[in-house]
Design a protein around this ligand. Structure first.
Ligand code: GLU
Length: 324
């Protein structure tokens, strides 16, 4: 072999060793998964369904840590500032990556530059519900009539200021010319507790967290934000069917790491996530809860996040939404 050929070969081997060796051994200890919302919300539900199996695929435990606050920005910021070694990963949502950046001029992080997207796990429809005792309306038309009759009397819960459910609530108010008071929580879990208890009258939420309470009759679903009716709630109309524009499309939940996560880590976690999502039991649990499985490539997730930031900015502008 001539020197001309030998040199590049040697360089390739040299360059491949540090990353390759790291990639082969990773992970050698448990992985922390930051959930930027309280327990009981969809972020937490999806992370717990996926996390256990993901850990088994990777051969290390995935330890869930709820860091709620600031509409999801507190936990997302903690992740952004963690070591990019693959041992701290987090759940990214439409709220932490797109609606907050679209509405909050004082973001503590840059949702494009400060993370390494791995895969979008699921897409999820959203739903508007009422406490059936506090809002005695059998459908959307009756609820809007009640809200119109007494502006400021009724309230709605969101999973945090600047998040998707806050945006949904404010868009609803603009569309219907109603005034219902926004009450933000540290996630849908605590928001649901208060709506079910009747401390708050209505709620905008992602379907998986609200679904069991709708089925149990504790909350009444008025409409789902989805192109078509959802299988788990066939009797509930879509926003379009009740004459309202669906400004939402879907909420989504994915896996990300801090910026500059080694390529080998991204590939390993992505491969494990794809296997996890292909597992029959995991798929069933996600589907029964109202989620649509995704599991796309890291590149697709990068593009989705960029598209979603633009989309949410557009919605805020076009709907003339003002967040408090
Ligand atoms: N509702 C979600 C939760 O409490 C967070 C909002 C979102 O980003 O979809 O986990």
């Amino acid at each position: 072999m001539s020197l001309r050929h030998a040199v590049p070969a040697a360089l390739i081997v040299f360059a491949a060793v540090p990353g390759g060796a790291f990639g082969q051994s990773y992970p050698t200890k448990p992985i922390r998964l930051i959930i930027p919302f309280a327990p009981g919300g969809t972020t937490d539900i999806v992370a717990r369904v996926v996390g256990d199996r993901l850990g088994r695929e990777l051969g290390q435990a995935v330890i869930i840590e709820n860091r709620a606050g600031g509409g999801g920005t507190v936990g997302a910021d903690a992740l952004a500032k963690s070591a990019a070694d693959g041992y701290t990963l987090g759940m990214a949502t439409v709220s932490t990556m797109a609606t907050n950046p679209a509405t909050n001029p004082k973001m503590p992080y840059d949702s494009v530059k400060d993370f390494t997207p791995i895969t979008n796990l699921v897409n999820v429809p959203n739903v508007m519900t009422v406490n059936p005792v506090k809002v005695p309306a059998k459908d959307m038309k009756e609820a809007i009539a009640l809200f119109k009759k007494s502006p400021g009397k009724y309230s709605y819960a969101s999973s945090g200021s600047g998040g998707i459910s806050h945006l949904d609530g404010e868009a609803f108010k603009v569309m219907t010319g109603t005034f219902i008071v926004h009450i933000p929580y540290r996630g849908s879990g605590p928001a649901l507790n208060d709506t079910i208890a009747g401390q708050v009258d209505a709620q905008f939420d992602n379907l998986p967290s609200s679904l069991p309470h709708i089925k149990a009759g504790k909350l009444r679903a008025l409409a789902v934000m989805s192109d078509k009716r959802v299988e788990s709630l066939p009797e509930v109309p879509t926003f379009a069917e009740v004459g309202l524009r669906d400004v939402n499309n879907m909420a989504w939940y994915g896996l990300v790491g801090p910026a500059n996560l080694p390529r080998e880590v991204v590939q390993k976690v992505h491969a494990a996530a794809v296997k996890t999502l292909a597992d029959g039991e995991v798929r069933k649990r996600l589907a029964d809860g109202g989620s649509y499985v995704d599991g796309g490539t890291p590149e697709q997730f990068v593009q989705k996040i960029a598209r979603e930031i633009t989309l949410r900015k557009d919605i805020v502008k076009k709907q003339n939404i003002r967040l408090d």
